[in-house]
Design a protein around this ligand. Sequence first.
Ligand SMILES: [Zn+2]
Ligand SMILES: [Zn+2]
Length: 163
Amino acid sequence: MSDTPHVRPPWDDYFMDITFQVAKRSTCDRAHVGSIIVKDRRILTTGYNGAPAGLAHCDEIGHLMIAGHCVRTLHAEQNAIIQAALHGVSVAGGTLYVTHQPCLTCAKMIINAGIQRVVYAGNYPDENAVAFMTEAGVRLERYPTTPAEVVAADQADEEEKEF
Ligand SMILES: [Zn+2]
Ligand SMILES: [Zn+2]
């Protein structure tokens, strides 16, 4: 046995660590986003941002840019919710962990999928998404630790917004 006692991570740390692992599978390098949906401390589904199944990825053929956004990909939260539909798993009452704050489209899907709590790291300055989820009673919690790669992505987003 080692001298230092093993410290088990709290649940939010445990699930956010996994969420950042999921983000590494992203195929759009404009932002590597990961998401998982958890209920009763069990992971139900995972998702990362990338092209629809079977289609070429941004990593292979480049981004598909419209109005300053890459539209080739489904967002991580969307893929996590769609995976639940694909496999017939109810995510109602669940918690969604995500490496970035959800956008408005994802916020609307989160609300209608019955997700009750969203834990996010990083930032994605979308006031409407926050307002929608708050009005719908979704608990929104910012995860206190922000890894360096998320900070870099936030800064890139803010620079683009200045145009
Ligand atoms: Zn892309
Ligand atoms: Zn989104």
